[in-house]
Design a protein around this ligand. Structure first.
Ligand SMILES: [Zn+2]
Ligand SMILES: [Zn+2]
Length: 344
């Protein structure tokens, strides 16, 4: 089968590789679409990926073969694959947060057999059926939607909160869309790129601003128009600092974007304003099921959230570059074929 293989030095090559064979409890899935994640962009362009690996984890597809012991799934079923379940007994699992289970295997992004390929293998007991009203392409939004939904859940947001989202990349857009779908309408998005600001308005932001419009904090007091909840989705140190500066008394900042440069936090102000700063990394206790239901509910602007045209395997390097440059505001979907056969 064709796959986009990382060969080192920031280079991806379309190569012929063996179709993986499913174990007894696995299924072989023909990938419909696989979204480009910020992680993929970092792994390739920053040359972190291990040569020989195939990236891509935001996939949805159709079962092409089932392992000997698989009873509940058949060839032709449309599926996504949810996260590994927690152990059920550790401190995190007992408090309803299995996605940070203390016993979970560490995700090794370097040793990866992903879905920038025609087929991928998945454990049958982690599959979820794609609801009828969602296309496979739409269902490929489930992983980043689950990430956004988790951030919103952890924030404890309610409909009378005044919310700021910093960064309107794919995660910031999904957080904005999830908030809108949940009836949270006082949402401001801060983003330097005009194309992404325009996109933020389309997915539910009531107001968009440029980062320089956010005021600097005052000592011991909120800014003039503070926010009760802020989602930091850019991963930039300056954006995280500005995000925390906008918090009201008893405000909460949810950190969702990761980055190399570290923000400086004015702990005195956090203390005096009794702010809460929390991290959001994985998914809600229900895994992907709530995100899949939300996508199928009709409340999410699916056509805006994903870029309209699929990218083929040979177009993937250029697409990664354009994602890094912020030229593609929606989630970019890869269809794992070469350009010349994509039309089939
Ligand atoms: Zn991802
Ligand atoms: Zn656990």
């Amino acid at each position: 089968m064709d796959a986009s293989v990382y060969v080192g030095d920031g280079v991806l090559e379309v190569q012929q590789v063996e179709v993986p064979s499913p174990g007894p409890g696995d299924v072989l899935v023909e990938v419909g679409q696989c979204g480009i994640c910020g992680t993929d962009v970092h792994l390739v362009l920053e040359r972190i990926a291990r040569p020989g690996t195939v990236l891509g984890h935001e996939w949805a597809g159709t079962i092409a073969a089932v392992g000997d012991e698989v009873r509940d799934w058949e060839v032709g079923d449309r599926v996504v694959c949810g996260p590994t379940p927690g152990c059920g007994t550790c401190r995190a699992c007992r408090s309803g947060r299995p996605s940070v289970c203390l016993d979970r295997p560490l995700t090794d992004h370097l040793d990866f057999r992903g879905a920038y390929a025609r087929y991928v293998v998945a454990p049958a007991d982690q599959l979820l059926a794609i609801p009828d009203r969602l296309s496979i392409r739409e269902a490929a939004l489930v992983e980043p939607t689950a990430v956004a939904l988790h951030a919103v859940t952890l924030s404890g947001v309610s409909t009378d909160d005044r919310v700021l989202v910093t960064g309107a990349g794919p995660v910031g857009l999904l957080v904005t869309a999830v908030l809108h779908a949940q009836g949270v309408h006082d949402v401001t998005v801060s983003e330097p790129s005009p194309i992404r600001r325009a996109h933020a308005s389309k997915v539910g932001a009531a107001r968009v601003v440029e980062p320089h419009e956010l005021p600097r904090s005052r000592m011991g007091a909120p800014v003039d128009e503070p926010f009760s909840i802020v989602f930091e989705c850019s991963g930039r140190a300056d954006a995280a600092e500005a995000a925390i500066d906008q918090l009201d008394f008893a405000g909460t900042c949810v950190l969702v974007g990761t980055g190399h440069e570290l923000p400086r936090i004015n702990h005195n102000r956090v203390i005096v304003l009794e702010n809460t700063i929390i991290g959001s990394y994985n998914y809600d206790a229900g895994g992907f099921a709530p995100a899949l239901a939300l996508l199928a509910s009709g409340a999410m602007p699916l056509d805006v959230l994903a870029e309209p045209v699929d990218v083929s395997l040979d177009e993937l390097p250029e697409a990664l570059r354009r994602c890094a440059a912020g030229e593609l505001p929606g989630k970019v979907m890869v269809r794992p074929f070469r350009s010349e056969e994509r039309a089939r």
